[in-house]
Design a protein around this ligand. Structure first.
Ligand code: ATP
Length: 229
């Protein structure tokens, strides 16, 4: 199985705080890979480094066997936080703007709106959308360039149960279509429901990495996570 992402000994210091400590990981093509950890465990910092928006302190990583760079970045769609869409514009218009900025083909817009089940509501203003619909539009915008990898940072945060179920279903659907997914979450339940593989981080340190089928081993690590920081 091809390696999509390899991280070797990655460390990030913010002054005296070590947000990520000697992290090594491998994500294979087709994995839905969960990065599980409580608040402050280094999930967002790790994703930021992988997307070149945060500088690492030491260590290395490669995407598709290549060093990070522009050629590689095009293959990765990411949602780090809810992107700012224009509230008084429709979903279609908002995605046209995103497509313009990213250089993505506008012909993809209807297709991605169908994929996230917003096609029927495509001419409604963004401000009329529920939180779940807004998050699905974010996923649509990340899909516009037809990336090989999707990075999702806590995509179900703040959503109601229906919104959570819809996003999880959508993630599984996207994975089925052959994309590799990296999903940060603080919910073991989410990782168990959605992911094929996962790792557990605690205060920047890797506690466990393996397949979800071996989750019981992971649960032991998660119990360790419940210590107060
Ligand atoms: P959350 O779910 O709350 O976002 P996380 O697992 O994503 O948590 P990070 O946001 O990566 O964790 O934070 C890891 C550690 O690094 C925390 O102790 C946090 O306070 C610290 N940290 C993150 N960003 C900065 C920053 N810009 N400057 C200083 N410290 C930071």
């Amino acid at each position: 199985m091809d390696t999509v992402l390899k991280i070797d000994n990655l460390t990030k210091q913010y002054g005296r705080i070590t947000a990520v400590k000697n992290l090594s990981l491998e994500v294979k093509r087709g994995n839905v890979f969960g990065i599980l950890g409580p608040n402050g465990s280094g999930k967002t910092t790790t994703l930021g480094i992988l997307l070149d928006v945060i500088n690492k302190t030491s260590g290395s990583f490669s995407w598709f066997g290549q060093p990070p760079g522009k050629g590689v970045r095009k293959k990765i769609g990411a949602i780090l936080e809810t992107p700012i869409f224009y509230p008084y514009l429709s979903a279609t218009k908002n995605l046209e703007i995103v497509a313009e900025i990213k250089g993505a083909p506008k012909e993809n817009i209807d297709q991605v709106l169908k994929k996230v089940e917003l096609y029927e509501r495509r001419f409604d203003k963004f401000r009329t959308y529920s939180l779940g619909m807004k998050q699905r539009l974010s996923i649509a915008s990340a899909l516009l360039c037809d990336p090989e990898v999707m990075i999702l940072d806590e995509p179900t945060n703040g959503l109601d149960p229906q919104g959570i179920a819809e996003i999880r279903e959508l993630i599984k659907q996207i994975a089925k279509e052959g994309k590799t997914i990296i999903l940060a979450s603080h919910l073991l339940d989410e990782v168990q429901k959605v992911c094929t593989h996962f790792c557990v981080l605690k205060r920047g340190t890797l506690l466990y990495s393996g397949s979800v089928d071996e989750v019981n081993k992971g649960v032991e690590s998660v119990e360790v996570m419940s210590d107060t920081p």
